[in-house]
Design a protein. Structure first.
Length: 305
């Protein structure tokens, strides 16, 4: 008897949030449609995804938040295997970018079953791939200072408490050197492959994850001015409309901090580096996406795989 086709799903069985527990229930209720791969340690999602891609799987589902998605992306990078997302994390920024129906996993599964494949840009920070956004300085330091226990206990509030501590510190001056020769300096840098950052917030309002460009925000002021500039910019329809912030679009760039500074990719701490090189990964990422893009996003191309 031929076995039915089942989607391989990579997930974290230790998720303790209410949303995480709901995700586990959903996976169990639909277990007949999945082959489940539970992770036991950091980095295992990447290893599992790479193995599934090498085995010729057409689609791999990442069930989790942006951290799980980032690990799975790392395993699928350079392969023909398409990424699908069941958004069960806290922020689910990449799923929002794609236009996945957040809060309804049944509808998300329907999107995956329709199997519409799009190709989007993939970038790297010092060789580590990211699909949505990255940061050097302030936001990476907030992530660095947010413990796993605090995230489990407080959810998004844990990041806010860590941010309050970082706001009072004096950051190093960062130099941003674009591949086309432009140079800027600032105290924090954000890079977006897509428009969204931190949830539903359109920090990168010019971004298009198919234009082979990163959208870059260079903040000139630290502390509470950085936060206020972000809020004022969002209210005005673009952070580049705030005088203390520079908005760039570039195919690649280097951030030099003169000393090791924290770097994050897709909301996960990458490490501390004196210099960080942002560049195209050299190949695009195949993703399962809804027929219509998220509200406010540019239309998908006519061709569908």
């Amino acid at each position: 008897m031929a076995l039915p086709n089942r989607y391989p799903v990579i997930f974290n069985p230790k998720a303790r949030s209410q949303r995480g527990r709901g995700a586990l229930r959903f996976l169990m209720e639909n277990a007949g449609r999945f082959v489940l791969y539970a992770t036991n340690h950091s980095g295992e999602a990447r290893e599992l995804a790479a193995g599934l891609a090498a085995a010729g799987e057409k689609v791999v589902i990442a069930a989790g938040g942006d951290g799980t998605v980032n690990e799975v992306v790392g395993g699928l990078a350079g392969s023909d295997t398409a990424l699908a997302v069941l958004p069960t994390g806290t922020m689910n920024v990449f799923a929002r970018e794609l236009g996945m129906p957040l809060g309804n996993l049944d509808q998300c599964l329907e999107v995956i079953a329709r199997g519409i494949v799009r190709e989007i840009d993939l970038f790297e920070a010092n060789g580590s791939p990211f699909v949505q956004m990255a940061g050097v300085g302030f936001d990476a330091k907030v992530i660095e200072g947010t413990t796993w226990k605090s995230k489990m206990a407080l959810g998004p509030l844990a990041y806010l408490l860590a941010a309050v501590k970082v706001l009072g510190e004096r950051p190093p001056l960062l130099e941003v050197r674009c591949d086309d020769g432009r140079v800027e300096t600032g105290v924090a840098v954000l890079a977006g492959n897509g428009a969204l950052y931190g949830g539903p917030f359109r920090f990168f309002h010019k971004a298009d994850n198919r234009d082979s460009m990163l959208d870059v925000l260079v903040y000139k002021k630290a502390g509470y001015r950085l936060v206020l500039d972000s809020l004022r910019g969002l209210a005005r329809g673009g952070i580049d409309r705030v005088s203390e912030t520079v908005y760039l679009q570039t195919g690649g760039f280097v951030v030099d901090g003169g000393e090791p500074v924290p770097v994050e990719v897709d909301g996960e701490l990458l490490g501390r580096f004196k210099a960080t090189r942002f560049a195209p990964a050299g190949h695009r990422l195949r993703v399962i996406a809804p027929e219509e893009p998220a509200a406010g996003a540019k239309a998908w191309p006519e061709r569908e795989d």
